[in-house]
Design a protein around this ligand. Structure first.
Ligand code: FEO
Length: 393
């Protein structure tokens, strides 16, 4: 029988740990995933969220450690994406009289569409008394589906935040101060960059609403709960959701016979020479979700591709497509397209067009190099980049 963990008096973590999941919709989850669900033992036994359907057994075993599942009277679905709602049908088989609550109208409609369930809709400001506790609801649409909401227990000062403040980080530890802080914040940042990034304005609204609450513990639906670093993670969300950048450069490229790679190295060196921290990422070696992680707070982004069959390389196109979907606000970011070619500079020009569509500041046209760059052309490239940096000062 798998163990539940009491995270606060009468509140138990009953989730699942997906140690070996390595992809969430194309986002590389090198540290695995957890699906956090919480059981509140009050006059009405209440379950907040469930787990992915492949973790139903694990989830129910943990519940059974604490209470007979048939005693569950309230199920709150903070989010209908199936990593959280996937075990609702199974728990309803065990607790057929439980009432399901979700945000109205999106959550109600989605639960009906997914599982044909009859659901009670709640909106921001609605409350639900479960005995000693009164839970209140706060809708946070598009952080990260239209149905998302937060549930707050004033008696416990716990915010059940679902995806918000989550990390894809499989661990036996349930709290932020029990794990490596660097890794925790890295995974929180990667999660924001790859899940929440398109919804900065909505995240801002959620932060403003949450700021009015007295919070002792943020119980997320993924990774660790926040109890010792609440101010820091809220400050990070504030920075990320307002697209703040640092004086940092990301140089991302793919190369065929190393000409574009040589250009990428020269560009990186130009940033170093101007005292700007830079990372050089070959998309053959670095997953695009890690490129986005690096790029999210970078002031400069240089993207390079040679020409292959009249196009940019598919690896670079894949990265740019992924980036466009995440819709980062690039208007305050400097972009640079570059790359080599044999007989037609179409690859780097396509990169330029994509950066233009993504609304980067583009101070110079695509920098192209026929065949192999000479020392002189590399020096000229470095001078161009250093001039761009100087003009930004
Ligand atoms: Fe963790 Fe949007 O699901």
């Amino acid at each position: 029988m798998l163990n539940a963990i009491e995270i606060s008096p009468d509140i138990w973590w009953v989730g699942g740990i997906d140690w070996n999941e390595r992809s969430f919709h194309g986002y590389s989850t090198e540290r695995g995933i957890t699906y956090n669900a919480y059981l509140i033992l009050d006059e009405k036994v209440t379950l907040i969220d469930t787990a992915k359907s492949s973790f139903t057994d694990e989830f129910i075993q943990r519940i059974k450690q604490v209470v007979d599942p048939s005693k569950i009277e309230v199920i709150i679905a903070n989010h209908i994406e199936m990593d959280h709602s996937g075990s609702i049908p199974a728990i309803l088989e065990l607790a057929p009289n439980a009432k399901v609550y979700a945000s109205a109208p999106a959550g109600v409609n989605e639960l009906r569409a997914h599982f044909g369930l009859d659901v009670e809709g709640v909106k921001t400001g609605d409350t639900l008394n479960i005995g000693k506790r009164t839970l209140s609801f706060l809708q946070t649409p598009f952080v990260h589906w239209p149905d998302n909401m937060l549930t707050y227990s004033e008696a416990d000062k716990i915010l059940f935040s679902n995806d918000c403040f989550g990390q894809h980080f499989a661990t036996t530890k349930r709290f932020d101060d029990e794990v490596d802080t660097c890794e925790l914040f890295r995974q929180a940042k990667k999660y924001y960059a790859n899940i929440v990034l398109p919804y900065g304005a909505q995240a801002q609204k959620a932060l403003k609403a949450a700021a009015a609450l007295d919070i002792r513990l943020i119980a997320t639906s993924h990774g660790c709960c926040w109890r010792s670093h609440i101010d820091e993670i809220v400050a990070k969300y504030q920075a990320w959701s307002t697209y703040q950048t640092e004086n940092k450069a990301v140089v991302v490229f793919d190369s065929m016979w190393h000409s574009t790679e040589r250009m990428a190295r020269e560009i990186t060196d130009a940033f170093i020479a101007e005292d700007i921290s830079a990372v050089l990422l070959d998309v053959k070696a670095t997953h695009i979700s890690d490129v986005i992680l690096e790029m999210m707070d970078a002031r400069y982004v240089a993207v390079g591709s040679p020409t292959l069959n009249s196009n940019m390389l598919p690896t670079v196109a894949g990265f740019l497509t992924y980036m466009r979907g995440l819709a980062p606000n690039n208007s305050h970011r400097v972009g640079l397209a570059f790359g080599s070619y044999g007989w037609a500079p179409l690859g780097p020009k396509q990169v330029y067009d994509e950066l233009e569509r993504a609304k980067f500041q583009l101070p110079v046209p695509a920098i192209t190099q026929q065949w192999i760059p000479s020392e002189e052309s590399l020096a000229e490239l470095q001078a161009t980049v250093r001039k761009i940096i100087a003009e930004q000062a």
